[in-house]
Every structure is written in C-alpha cells, then in structure tokens.
Design a protein around this ligand. Sequence first.
Ligand SMILES: Nc1ncnc2c1ncn2[C@@H]1O[C@H](COP(=O)(O)OP(=O)(O)OP(=O)(O)O)[C@@H](O)[C@H]1O
Length: 255
Amino acid sequence: MLEVSRLRKVYGADPQAAPAIDDVTFSVADREFVCILGSSGCGKSTLLRCLSGLIPATSGEILLHGDPVLAPPKDMAFVFQDYSRSLLPWMTVARNVSFPLRYKGVSKEDAQKATEEALEAVGLSGRQKRYPWQLSGGMQQRVAIARALAYRPKILLMDEPFASLDAQTRFDLEDLLLDIWRRFDVTVLFITHDIDEAVYLADRVLVLEAPAKVALDVDIPLPRPRDQLKTKQLPEFAELRTRLFSAIQREPAAL
Ligand SMILES: Nc1ncnc2c1ncn2[C@@H]1O[C@H](COP(=O)(O)OP(=O)(O)OP(=O)(O)O)[C@@H](O)[C@H]1O
C-alpha cells in the first residue's frame, strides 16, 4: 500500500514561490493499476519524483508499506519517457537490464536468470547482445521495462513511458504492460496525459489540476482482459473518456 498525505512541493528556497504540488492526498492498494492524468505542467512528474524518493517533498508524507519514503525504495522501479537517456549506450541490452541488480546484491547467476526472464517477458530474448542504439524506439522502451521487471519491484512508477512512440507500438506496449502487471503481481502508478490510455489501462484514474491537486478520483470498472478494439468500443469506455475529458477541461459539471 502506498499512502500519500498532504503532499506539497515548492522548488527552490523561496517559501513564497508557487508550489508545483499543492496538497495531494491519495492511496494506492497493492496490485492496483492507477493512472494519473493531468494537463501539461500540472505537476505530474514532480509528484512521481517525490513518490520515488528522488527529490524531497516540502511537506506532507509518503508511506510505502508503512515506511516513509525518503530515498528510492528497494522494491520500487521506474520507467521514464526518455528511454534513450535512461539506457546506457555502451552497455549491451543484457547488461543494461542486469546492472541495477548488482547494486541490489543479487548473485551473478540469479541476475542472469532474472535478465533472461525479463527480456523474454518483453519479447526481446534474441537481442541480448545488441546495443540500445541498434534497436527501434519501441524496442528500447521494452528494454527499459525489462530492466524494471528484472529488479522484481513491488511497485512500478512510469512517467509517460509510451508518449514518444508511434500509435501501433504504443498499443502493443500497453497490452504488454497489462500482461506483465497480471503475471508479476506488481502495483503500477502510470502517468499519462492521454485519456484513452488512462481509461484503457487503469483500475482507477486520478485527475490532477495545477498545482497538482487531486480534482477527481474515478474507478474504471471495465472488464479485463482488455482489448484495444473491443474495450474501446464499449459505451462505458466512451462515458469514462467524456467524464475525464470534461474534468481536464475543468468543466464544473463534470466534477
Ligand atoms: N526542477 C525544477 N525547478 C523548478 N521548477 C520546476 C522544476 N521541475 C518542474 N518545475 C515546475 O513545476 C511545475 C510542474 O512541472 P511538472 O514537470 O511536474 O509538470 P507535468 O505535469 O509533469 O508536465 P508535463 O506533462 O508537461 O511533463 C511546472 O510549473 C514546472 O515549471
């Protein structure tokens, strides 16, 4: 369980500066898939960076399984939008996936096994000896996902991981992620500004409004497994999309 209460973040030392996050409270249950939706600049990435322990909050509390998050927790992994900067170009695909495991104290044999399993899960078994720059953008993002998976996280934080990919690759990776989420029993917190993506993936969608306040918390009761065509044709899908779209446009009627 992840619990966020009264979180506030002001960048810099000036206490009068506008907050990037004002007053955010929510919780995420174990194995839940939660999407965070909000317009550009409303504080989504700042929120994720605070949750990951990469930057300190100005005030408020983040608890992961009851423990305060003050630094990146061991059982948390991240996938960011910019895969080209998160993969190390001088390391092979296999090394990119396995190197964080050394810092976790995993033996060489176990790291190799976890790497092979993770690369298989993302459909890249045959590319272990390639370098990231020899792969397409979608494949590079699969490597980043494999690296997160090999780490065996209990919670996966993803910051617009598919935003810079073409539509077909994006749909494929959304389905891959749902499959992985089901198989690996992981909690996922996924940031996006794509309403369809949020509704398609999530159990629950939180809408943030600037400066990062939770404006809406919506359950997504669509049946699983989901299907890119059939799920998106459901009338409930269209209703949820309209409701979230109105909330993002800040139409009071929708809130
Ligand atoms: N390192 C920083 N120093 C100062 N201000 C920052 C910093 N990072 C972000 N901000 C400010 O905090 C606010 C929220 O930014 P953030 O990147 O969290 O928004 P976002 O919702 O993720 O945006 P986008 O969807 O465009 O990525 C913005 O006003 C931004 O200018």
